[in-house]
Write a protein of this length. Structure first.
Length: 298
């Protein structure tokens, strides 16, 4: 299933990209930090967690929030070897504690990060030339035609496209119809019980000139978030202390925050069942409350 994605990365490589990096503007307004919520407003934590998840999460319609179950194999195109390896190492470091299995050197990439001198031009060209690689042909494996047009037309410093599929939680078989015959989980598929959503491919395009000299460590943490989770590129998270505010007017001063780590831990700690935003928000609130509340037992 990596052929089309490899073709996308090769197309980017042929475009002859260069890369560099350095830090976005600092936040213009105070952000909501986890420790402030837990210590001074514990009753507000669940509502804030729901707001964070509702804003950040971007699953395809009628699908759950997907995470990696297959081996994650990272590829970086268009950067010097040192920078590419640094990004791969950092994303791997974030993924490993979540239980994500990592591919060995030489594996076929299913998560490709492309550094481009003109991200919008590259994205538009790839969408025009290889539309089926983005839409796959299965409905709801992605966010749809409108989101794909936005992916191509965006002027963002970083853009991404996720492909995910539903699987039978019990058997691990694909839970959608292939050619003829019923889905493997036909008895429960319509009710979404016994179904779990897993990421299959991710393409990330980094528009180098728009980074305005962003720090490589901060960029790597940002990339870790969008590789490991289906994040809404249009989300307004300005009131939260999150790396996802990097490259936005809200700015961001550092790497992954408690909100970011909690979001990923709640996502990957969900077990083998479908995770909707409400369940994710509840898990996030519980997790972050345990981690940050003083005196809490494990």
């Amino acid at each position: 299933m990596t052929g089309p994605l490899l073709a996308l990365s090769l197309a980017a490589a042929l475009a002859g990209q260069d890369a560099a990096g350095a830090p976005p503007a600092a936040p213009q307004e105070p952000t909501t930090r986890l420790e402030d919520v837990v210590v001074s407003r514990p009753d507000a934590l669940e509502a804030l967690a729901r707001e964070f998840v509702d804003s950040a999460a971007a699953a395809p319609a009628y699908r759950g929030l997907a995470r990696w179950n297959a081996e994650l194999c990272l590829g970086v195109v268009g950067l010097r070897a040192e920078a590419a390896h640094a990004i791969i190492d950092r994303v791997s470091d974030v993924a490993r504690p979540l239980g994500v299995r990592l591919g060995q050197p030489g594996c076929a990439p299913n998560a490709v990060i492309v550094a481009a001198s003109d991200g919008q031009q590259l994205a538009e060209a790839l969408v025009a030339e290889r539309r089926r690689a983005f839409r796959i042909g299965f409905t709801r494996s992605n966010r749809g035609a409108r989101a794909l047009e936005e992916f191509g037309a965006s002027d963002a410093a970083v853009r991404w496209w996720h492909i995910s599929f539903p699987y039978c939680a019990s058997s691990g078989a694909l839970a959608i119809r292939i050619f003829q015959g019923p889905p493997a989980c036909a008895s429960s598929f319509k009710r979404s019980t016994g179904i779990v959503d897993y990421l299959s491919r991710v393409l990330v395009i980094v528009d180098v000139p728009r980074l305005e000299g962003a720090d490589l460590d901060q960029l790597s943490d940002y990339l870790a978030m969008v590789v490991l989770a289906q994040v809404d590129a249009e989300a307004d998270l300005s009131r939260f202390d999150t790396v996802l505010n990097s490259f936005t007017p809200a700015g961001g001063e550092g790497g992954l925050t408690d909100w970011d780590r909690g979001y990923l831990e709640a996502l990957y700690g969900a077990g083998r069942y479908r995770l909707d935003p409400e369940a994710h928000a509840e898990a996030l609130a519980q997790l972050m409350s345990r981690q940050a509340a003083p005196g809490d037992a494990e």
